[in-house]
Design a protein around this ligand. Structure first.
Ligand SMILES: [Zn+2]
Ligand SMILES: [Zn+2]
Length: 183
């Protein structure tokens, strides 16, 4: 089975070798984290839940996402899990960099991540948020349009009423004139 390299995103059958030969990842811990990321084996159990408004921070985030968020579709839950694994992998790389490992780290995924933090829309979880915002905005617009529509209807009704009143008063005047003339 081929696995996607987290650095160049190409598929490889022998990723450990590829990481050394192609990317010169000689630090075994660094290589290990990258391999865990590639295989989706990053341990996220003790990570906090990233669902907006959810305060879960326990010991089984994987189970929590699948069991305590019935509002998420299976696809959304998988995506959420993937994004948490990704950011946890980057956190591990960052931590490794901070302890200044004896074999120099070669990759910069976590550094790129820090640079990207100001523009975080490349992470699935947060893209969802943006989609939600757009949806809210769209709904607000729809409400506004509906409001305008009903206003327009009211104006239209008022105009029609005014016409009717005018017509009625003309008739009344006519009748008055006619009545006066016949009497
Ligand atoms: Zn690669
Ligand atoms: Zn949650």
């Amino acid at each position: 089975m081929k696995t996607e390299c987290p650095l160049c995103h190409m598929q490889y059958r022998t990723l450990p070798r590829h990481l050394v030969v192609r990317h010169h990842v000689h630090n075994p811990q660094e290589r290990n984290i990258l391999l865990q990321m590639a295989h989706g084996r990053i341990n996220i159990r003790t990570e906090p839940c990233t669902v907006v408004g959810c305060g879960y921070h326990g010991t089984r985030l994987d189970r929590h996402i699948n069991c305590d968020h019935p509002e998420l579709s299976q696809e959304e839950a998988d995506l959420l899990m993937k994004s948490v694994k990704h950011s946890t992998g980057l956190k591990l790389l960052r931590e490794l960099r901070e302890v200044d490992p004896p074999t120099q780290m070669i990759t910069t995924l976590d550094v790129d991540y820090a640079a990207n933090e100001e523009h975080p829309n490349c992470f699935p979880g947060e893209v969802d948020l943006e989609v939600d915002e757009h949806r809210q905005l769209r709904l607000a617009n729809v409400a506004l349009v509906a409001q305008n529509d009903s206003l327009e209807k009211e104006v239209h009704t008022l105009r029609r009423k005014m016409k009717q009143w005018k017509a009625a008063s003309v008739k009344r005047d006519l009748r008055k004139v006619l009545g006066e003339s016949t009497s």
